[in-house]
Write a new protein. Structure first.
Length: 100
């Protein structure tokens, strides 16, 4: 998953690149502009995106093939003057052991 932070309105700003051959690239619209950092949750069914310019965090459902459900994307945090920049996923020890 890659973003285009220069997209001021979110159009064509989220990219899904298949790791198998790096040639199958799908482009999606973000709910708002300036998408920045991305992370998938542990279950790999949600993609969280920070938007440093507008001060927001959005989330998108990840389909079973890795594509995004941009229609169901939603803003989960938005505050004028804020700059959400970093994002990470905390994996519990039990969750880590289950994945090993």
């Amino acid at each position: 998953y890659v973003t285009d932070i220069t997209s001021t309105n979110g159009v064509n700003s989220l990219y899904v690149i298949k790791q198998k051959d790096f040639t199958d690239i799908k482009v999606y619209d973000a709910k708002i502009g300036a998408p920045h950092n991305v992370i998938a949750n542990s279950q790999q069914d949600k993609l969280f995106v920070t938007h440093s310019g507008p001060g927001a965090v959005t989330v998108y459902d990840i389909n079973s093939d890795g594509s995004l459900d941009e229609v169901n994307g939603r803003i989960i945090f938005e505050e004028d003057g804020s700059v959400p920049f970093g994002i990470m996923n905390i994996v519990s020890l039990n969750e880590y052991n289950a994945q090993s």
